[in-house]
Design a binder for this molecule. Structure first.
Ligand SMILES: Nc1nc2c(ncn2[C@@H]2O[C@H](COP(=O)(O)OP(=O)(O)O)[C@@H](O)[C@H]2O)c(=O)[nH]1
Ligand SMILES: [Mg+2]
Length: 364
């Protein structure tokens, strides 16, 4: 999963990125926009440690999150109130989710580019920027489809008309401030929009960057309406402090956390909120070669889940042997699970649950 870290200048994006990736980062070119920092973090699934003890596999594979710290906006090329550059918007289309960093820390020594510290204003400004980018994309699409329709032969019209209508519908919604994901769309409308990779259709998490003394605001407490905040995730962290803790030895960092009364490390909390906002669950595979956790969208059916292991597995799907993780641990082996009747055989449309240990039977 690729998560792009965005936000106003000086909101603490790089600090949050460092706190989350703790030195596991490298820079990559970003299409002429300057270097983009990319950090890969393993999402440790504690169930894998237990399965490792049971199966002693050659390897254990944890899922990964890739965080991106975008190259800063080129102030000279950008217009005065531009919050994201055109290049940044293009990069964002490829992300699976967006993490908006909002400054909630007071620091008299650090001027805020928009005046005083106001997390509500900043969160709204960033959300509006995403909607604006989408609105522009829909306007371009509308003009193009209008034009194509004028030139179209009668036989081509039936394919173009619904596309144009969908674009106009979403555009109207965006004009009213409703992000794509809060709009009611039919499956065929959603499919028609897939290629646009609209930013307001992506999962978004707002990360409030607080100081050590401030409490974390909430979207609701900031008066952000449900229309706009629907489906958004939110999390608070003290990025500067977490950045320092992230580079300490784990024992030392734990001692600090305890002494300061901090709960779970920010990297864990941000990960949980991102998983919940994107709507991910993990199924598990076990064996002597490998034990692994596979993040998939909640509600996915077994046949599609098989495709995350190998695309051929979707086509060749026969059935899935499924046992809940807890049942496997209690039984001690798949064979015992089968004896007790908790290892079931499931078909294509079985809805995969978090913690299902699955063996896919496929014909390839
Ligand atoms: N006091 C305070 N300063 C912070 C905090 N987070 C970031 N900063 C400072 O804010 C400035 C901008 O941070 P940076 O991460 O570079 O922001 P970016 O422009 O969004 O990438 C730096 O001087 C940071 O040290 C915080 O939680 N508290
Ligand atoms: Mg930065």
């Amino acid at each position: 999963m690729d998560i792009a870290v965005i936000g106003l200048p000086q909101s603490g994006k790089t600090t949050v990125f460092n706190a989350l990736t703790a030195g596991h980062s490298s820079s990559t070119g970003a299409g002429g926009a300057g270097p983009m920092q990319v950090g890969v973090v393993k999402v440790i699934d504690p169930r894998l440690a237990v399965l490792d003890g049971m199966y002693r596999p050659k390897k254990v594979v944890h899922p990964e999150i890739k965080y991106w710290d975008l190259p800063p906006i080129d102030r000279e090329a950008a217009s005065a109130n531009q919050l994201l550059s055109g290049r940044q918007r293009n990069l964002l289309q490829a992300a699976d989710a967006l993490l908006i960093v909002v400054r909630a820390f007071e620091d008299d020594a650090l001027l805020h580019p928009m005046g005083g510290v106001d997390p509500g204003r900043d969160a709204k400004a960033m959300l509006e920027e995403l909607a604006l980018a989408d609105l522009e994309a829909m306007e371009r699409a509308e003009a193009r489809l209008d034009n194509e329709l004028k030139k179209a032969k009668p036989a081509e019209r039936p394919a173009l008309v619904p596309q144009l209508e969908t674009v106009q519908k979403v555009k109207a919604g965006l004009e009213e401030g409703i992000p794509m994901k809060s709009q009611t769309l039919t499956p065929s409308e959603s499919a028609a929009l897939a290629d646009f990779q609209l930013l307001t259709g992506k999962p978004v998490v707002v990360a409030f960057n607080t100081g050590e003394s401030e409490t974390t605001p909430t979207l609701e407490s900031l008066g952000i309406s449900k229309d706009v905040s629907g489906g958004l995730g939110e999390v608070g962290l003290c990025a500067k402090l977490e950045e320092d803790l992230a580079v300490m030895e784990p024992d030392e960092a734990d001692e600090f956390r305890e002494a300061m009364g901090l709960d779970e490390p920010a990297v864990e909390r941000v990960k949980s909120v991102c998983y919940a906002t994107v709507g991910l669950v993990s199924f598990l595979t076990v064996g002597e070669d490998e034990c692994r956790a596979w993040p998939v969208p909640a509600g996915i059916e077994a046949q599609m889940a098989a495709g995350t292991i190998h695309t051929d597995f979707t086509r060749g799907f026969i059935r899935a042997e499924v046992i809940a993780y807890e049942d496997l641990i209690r039984c001690g082996s798949l064979a015992q699970g089968r004896k007790e009747g908790v290892l079931r055989s499931e078909g294509k449309t079985y809805e995969v649950k978090d913690g299902d240990v699955i063996n896919f039977l496929v014909n390839t």
